[in-house]
Design a protein around this ligand. Structure first.
Ligand SMILES: Nc1ncnc2c1ncn2[C@@H]1O[C@H](COP(=O)(O)OP(=O)(O)O)[C@@H](O)[C@H]1O
Ligand SMILES: [Mg+2]
Length: 246
Protein backbone atom coordinates (compact mmCIF):
# COMPACT_ATOMS: atom_id res chain seq x y z
CA UNK A 1 0.00 0.00 0.00
CA UNK A 2 0.98 3.63 -0.47
CA UNK A 3 1.58 5.93 2.47
CA UNK A 4 -1.42 5.77 4.86
CA UNK A 5 -3.80 8.73 4.72
CA UNK A 6 -6.73 7.66 6.91
CA UNK A 7 -6.00 5.29 9.78
CA UNK A 8 -8.66 3.93 12.14
CA UNK A 9 -7.56 1.79 15.06
CA UNK A 10 -9.94 0.00 17.41
CA UNK A 11 -12.74 2.51 16.85
CA UNK A 12 -15.89 1.91 18.88
CA UNK A 13 -19.10 3.88 18.78
CA UNK A 14 -22.48 3.45 20.45
CA UNK A 15 -25.84 5.09 19.97
CA UNK A 16 -27.20 4.49 23.47
CA UNK A 17 -27.17 0.72 23.93
CA UNK A 18 -26.59 0.08 20.25
CA UNK A 19 -22.97 -0.78 19.45
CA UNK A 20 -22.70 0.60 15.89
CA UNK A 21 -18.96 0.49 15.25
CA UNK A 22 -17.14 -2.46 16.80
CA UNK A 23 -13.35 -2.32 16.96
CA UNK A 24 -12.94 -0.90 13.49
CA UNK A 25 -9.39 -1.16 12.13
CA UNK A 26 -9.05 0.35 8.68
CA UNK A 27 -6.15 1.95 6.85
CA UNK A 28 -6.67 3.81 3.60
CA UNK A 29 -3.59 4.64 1.57
CA UNK A 30 -3.02 7.85 -0.38
CA UNK A 31 -4.77 7.54 -3.73
CA UNK A 32 -6.59 4.41 -2.70
CA UNK A 33 -10.28 3.90 -3.54
CA UNK A 34 -12.17 1.81 -0.99
CA UNK A 35 -15.75 0.74 -1.59
CA UNK A 36 -17.73 -0.06 1.55
CA UNK A 37 -20.71 -2.35 1.15
CA UNK A 38 -22.99 -4.16 3.56
CA UNK A 39 -26.60 -4.55 4.64
CA UNK A 40 -28.72 -1.59 5.73
CA UNK A 41 -27.98 -0.69 9.35
CA UNK A 42 -24.50 -2.23 9.36
CA UNK A 43 -22.84 1.10 10.23
CA UNK A 44 -21.58 2.32 6.83
CA UNK A 45 -22.95 5.86 7.16
CA UNK A 46 -21.81 6.08 10.76
CA UNK A 47 -18.33 5.05 9.67
CA UNK A 48 -18.19 7.91 7.13
CA UNK A 49 -19.66 10.41 9.56
CA UNK A 50 -17.17 9.38 12.23
CA UNK A 51 -14.21 9.83 9.87
CA UNK A 52 -15.54 13.31 9.08
CA UNK A 53 -16.10 13.97 12.81
CA UNK A 54 -19.81 14.54 12.27
CA UNK A 55 -20.15 11.86 14.94
CA UNK A 56 -18.08 11.34 18.08
CA UNK A 57 -16.67 7.96 19.07
CA UNK A 58 -15.85 6.48 22.47
CA UNK A 59 -12.62 4.59 22.03
CA UNK A 60 -9.86 3.95 19.54
CA UNK A 61 -8.21 6.51 17.30
CA UNK A 62 -8.62 8.08 13.88
CA UNK A 63 -5.77 9.86 12.15
CA UNK A 64 -5.86 11.79 8.89
CA UNK A 65 -2.50 12.37 7.25
CA UNK A 66 -0.71 11.56 10.49
CA UNK A 67 -2.80 13.83 12.70
CA UNK A 68 -5.47 12.71 15.19
CA UNK A 69 -9.00 13.97 14.58
CA UNK A 70 -9.38 17.29 16.37
CA UNK A 71 -12.18 17.75 18.91
CA UNK A 72 -13.31 21.25 18.04
CA UNK A 73 -12.45 24.78 17.01
CA UNK A 74 -10.28 25.87 14.12
CA UNK A 75 -8.52 22.52 13.82
CA UNK A 76 -11.88 20.81 13.37
CA UNK A 77 -12.90 23.31 10.68
CA UNK A 78 -9.62 22.59 8.87
CA UNK A 79 -10.24 18.87 9.10
CA UNK A 80 -13.74 19.30 7.67
CA UNK A 81 -12.11 21.01 4.71
CA UNK A 82 -9.59 18.17 4.31
CA UNK A 83 -12.33 15.55 4.26
CA UNK A 84 -14.93 16.14 1.55
CA UNK A 85 -18.27 14.43 1.89
CA UNK A 86 -21.02 13.77 -0.62
CA UNK A 87 -24.33 12.48 0.69
CA UNK A 88 -27.28 10.67 -0.80
CA UNK A 89 -29.27 13.92 -0.64
CA UNK A 90 -27.41 16.59 -2.55
CA UNK A 91 -27.61 19.24 0.18
CA UNK A 92 -27.02 22.21 -2.10
CA UNK A 93 -28.02 25.67 -0.86
CA UNK A 94 -31.37 26.16 -2.59
CA UNK A 95 -31.29 29.96 -2.61
CA UNK A 96 -27.78 30.21 -4.06
CA UNK A 97 -26.71 29.72 -7.67
CA UNK A 98 -24.66 26.71 -8.72
CA UNK A 99 -21.57 28.92 -8.95
CA UNK A 100 -22.21 30.40 -5.49
CA UNK A 101 -22.68 26.90 -4.07
CA UNK A 102 -19.18 26.00 -5.24
CA UNK A 103 -17.43 29.28 -4.30
CA UNK A 104 -18.97 29.76 -0.85
CA UNK A 105 -16.69 27.34 1.04
CA UNK A 106 -13.39 28.56 -0.42
CA UNK A 107 -14.38 32.24 0.11
CA UNK A 108 -15.77 31.87 3.65
CA UNK A 109 -13.63 29.09 5.10
CA UNK A 110 -10.38 29.47 3.21
CA UNK A 111 -10.31 33.20 2.52
CA UNK A 112 -9.92 32.73 -1.23
CA UNK A 113 -10.61 35.88 -3.31
CA UNK A 114 -13.96 35.85 -5.09
CA UNK A 115 -12.46 36.05 -8.59
CA UNK A 116 -10.03 33.20 -7.87
CA UNK A 117 -12.77 31.09 -6.30
CA UNK A 118 -14.99 31.64 -9.34
CA UNK A 119 -12.26 30.72 -11.79
CA UNK A 120 -11.54 27.50 -9.94
CA UNK A 121 -15.28 26.76 -9.51
CA UNK A 122 -15.82 27.10 -13.26
CA UNK A 123 -12.96 24.65 -13.92
CA UNK A 124 -14.51 22.17 -11.51
CA UNK A 125 -18.00 22.63 -12.94
CA UNK A 126 -16.49 22.04 -16.37
CA UNK A 127 -14.87 18.88 -15.09
CA UNK A 128 -18.19 17.50 -13.81
CA UNK A 129 -20.01 18.66 -16.95
CA UNK A 130 -22.31 21.37 -15.59
CA UNK A 131 -20.40 24.59 -16.32
CA UNK A 132 -23.20 25.81 -18.59
CA UNK A 133 -25.61 25.70 -15.61
CA UNK A 134 -23.45 27.89 -13.36
CA UNK A 135 -25.96 30.75 -13.08
CA UNK A 136 -28.97 28.53 -12.39
CA UNK A 137 -30.41 27.50 -9.03
CA UNK A 138 -30.27 23.89 -7.78
CA UNK A 139 -34.01 23.27 -8.34
CA UNK A 140 -33.51 24.00 -12.07
CA UNK A 141 -31.09 21.08 -12.39
CA UNK A 142 -31.73 17.35 -12.54
CA UNK A 143 -30.76 15.17 -9.60
CA UNK A 144 -27.73 13.86 -11.44
CA UNK A 145 -26.57 17.37 -12.25
CA UNK A 146 -27.11 18.49 -8.65
CA UNK A 147 -25.07 15.59 -7.34
CA UNK A 148 -22.25 16.46 -9.75
CA UNK A 149 -22.37 20.03 -8.43
CA UNK A 150 -22.14 18.62 -4.89
CA UNK A 151 -18.99 16.76 -5.94
CA UNK A 152 -17.53 19.94 -7.48
CA UNK A 153 -18.39 21.84 -4.30
CA UNK A 154 -16.46 19.34 -2.20
CA UNK A 155 -13.50 19.38 -4.58
CA UNK A 156 -13.35 23.19 -4.39
CA UNK A 157 -12.04 22.82 -0.83
CA UNK A 158 -9.08 20.75 -2.09
CA UNK A 159 -9.83 17.81 0.20
CA UNK A 160 -7.24 15.14 0.93
CA UNK A 161 -9.91 12.46 0.94
CA UNK A 162 -13.47 12.29 -0.37
CA UNK A 163 -16.19 10.30 1.36
CA UNK A 164 -19.27 9.31 -0.64
CA UNK A 165 -22.28 7.91 1.20
CA UNK A 166 -24.59 6.23 -1.33
CA UNK A 167 -24.24 9.15 -3.75
CA UNK A 168 -26.48 7.59 -6.41
CA UNK A 169 -29.19 6.03 -4.23
CA UNK A 170 -31.59 8.95 -4.58
CA UNK A 171 -31.17 9.26 -8.36
CA UNK A 172 -33.36 8.09 -11.18
CA UNK A 173 -31.69 5.17 -12.98
CA UNK A 174 -30.76 7.14 -16.09
CA UNK A 175 -28.77 9.62 -13.98
CA UNK A 176 -26.73 7.14 -12.00
CA UNK A 177 -24.03 6.62 -14.62
CA UNK A 178 -23.32 10.31 -15.17
CA UNK A 179 -22.45 10.58 -11.47
CA UNK A 180 -20.50 7.31 -11.40
CA UNK A 181 -18.52 8.45 -14.45
CA UNK A 182 -17.44 11.60 -12.61
CA UNK A 183 -16.46 9.49 -9.59
CA UNK A 184 -14.56 7.02 -11.79
CA UNK A 185 -12.52 9.79 -13.39
CA UNK A 186 -11.87 11.28 -9.95
CA UNK A 187 -10.60 7.89 -8.81
CA UNK A 188 -8.35 7.66 -11.87
CA UNK A 189 -6.99 11.14 -11.14
CA UNK A 190 -5.53 9.80 -7.89
CA UNK A 191 -8.05 11.09 -5.34
CA UNK A 192 -8.26 9.07 -2.13
CA UNK A 193 -11.88 7.93 -1.84
CA UNK A 194 -14.15 6.01 0.51
CA UNK A 195 -17.37 5.13 -1.29
CA UNK A 196 -20.42 3.53 0.27
CA UNK A 197 -22.37 2.13 -2.67
CA UNK A 198 -24.16 -0.92 -3.95
CA UNK A 199 -23.04 -0.14 -7.50
CA UNK A 200 -20.97 -3.23 -8.15
CA UNK A 201 -19.92 -2.06 -11.61
CA UNK A 202 -18.32 0.99 -10.06
CA UNK A 203 -16.62 -1.18 -7.42
CA UNK A 204 -15.16 -3.46 -10.07
CA UNK A 205 -14.09 -0.57 -12.28
CA UNK A 206 -12.72 1.90 -9.78
CA UNK A 207 -12.05 0.31 -6.38
CA UNK A 208 -8.72 -0.98 -5.16
CA UNK A 209 -10.44 -2.71 -2.26
CA UNK A 210 -13.91 -3.69 -1.12
CA UNK A 211 -14.70 -3.60 2.58
CA UNK A 212 -17.75 -5.59 3.65
CA UNK A 213 -19.46 -4.49 6.86
CA UNK A 214 -22.13 -6.27 8.87
CA UNK A 215 -23.43 -5.49 12.36
CA UNK A 216 -20.88 -2.75 12.96
CA UNK A 217 -17.88 -4.88 12.07
CA UNK A 218 -15.59 -5.21 9.09
CA UNK A 219 -16.28 -8.83 8.24
CA UNK A 220 -14.21 -9.15 5.11
CA UNK A 221 -12.01 -7.08 2.80
CA UNK A 222 -10.47 -7.95 -0.53
CA UNK A 223 -9.74 -6.74 -4.04
CA UNK A 224 -13.06 -6.33 -5.93
CA UNK A 225 -12.61 -9.33 -8.26
CA UNK A 226 -11.69 -11.59 -5.35
CA UNK A 227 -14.53 -10.35 -3.21
CA UNK A 228 -17.23 -10.67 -5.86
CA UNK A 229 -16.15 -14.02 -7.24
CA UNK A 230 -14.94 -15.63 -4.06
CA UNK A 231 -16.40 -14.13 -0.86
CA UNK A 232 -15.28 -16.11 2.15
CA UNK A 233 -17.72 -15.21 4.94
CA UNK A 234 -21.30 -16.50 5.07
CA UNK A 235 -22.55 -12.95 5.70
CA UNK A 236 -20.91 -11.68 2.51
CA UNK A 237 -22.11 -14.67 0.45
CA UNK A 238 -25.64 -14.15 1.71
CA UNK A 239 -25.50 -10.39 1.01
CA UNK A 240 -24.08 -10.80 -2.50
CA UNK A 241 -26.70 -13.47 -3.23
CA UNK A 242 -29.41 -10.94 -2.41
CA UNK A 243 -28.06 -7.93 -4.29
CA UNK A 244 -26.76 -9.70 -7.38
CA UNK A 245 -29.92 -11.65 -8.13
CA UNK A 246 -32.50 -8.85 -8.16
N1 LIG B 1 -28.35 9.27 15.14
C1 LIG B 1 -28.64 8.00 15.45
N2 LIG B 1 -29.20 7.69 16.65
C2 LIG B 1 -29.47 6.42 16.97
N3 LIG B 1 -29.22 5.35 16.20
C3 LIG B 1 -28.66 5.60 14.99
C4 LIG B 1 -28.34 6.92 14.56
N4 LIG B 1 -27.80 6.85 13.32
C5 LIG B 1 -27.77 5.55 13.00
N5 LIG B 1 -28.29 4.78 14.01
C6 LIG B 1 -28.39 3.33 14.02
O1 LIG B 1 -27.05 2.84 13.88
C7 LIG B 1 -27.04 1.67 13.05
C8 LIG B 1 -26.12 1.91 11.87
O2 LIG B 1 -26.69 2.91 11.05
P1 LIG B 1 -26.00 3.41 9.71
O3 LIG B 1 -24.61 3.78 10.02
O4 LIG B 1 -26.89 4.47 9.17
O5 LIG B 1 -26.04 2.11 8.83
P2 LIG B 1 -25.95 1.95 7.24
O6 LIG B 1 -25.46 3.23 6.68
O7 LIG B 1 -25.01 0.81 7.03
O8 LIG B 1 -27.33 1.61 6.77
C9 LIG B 1 -28.49 1.41 12.65
O9 LIG B 1 -29.03 0.45 13.54
C10 LIG B 1 -29.14 2.76 12.84
O10 LIG B 1 -30.51 2.62 13.15
MG1 LIG C 1 -26.27 4.50 5.26
Amino acid sequence: MTEPLVVLKGVNKHFGDLHVLKDIDLTIGKGEVVVVIGPSGSGKSTLCRTINRLETFESGSIEIDGKPLPEEGKALAALRADVGMVFQSFNLFAHKTILENVTLGPIKARGVKKADAEKRAMELLERVGVAHQAQKYPAQLSGGQQQRVAIARSLAMDPKVMLFDEPTSALDPEMINEVLDVMTSLAKSGMTMVVVTHEMGFARRAANRVVFMADGQIVEEAAPETFFTNPTSDRAKDFLGKILTH
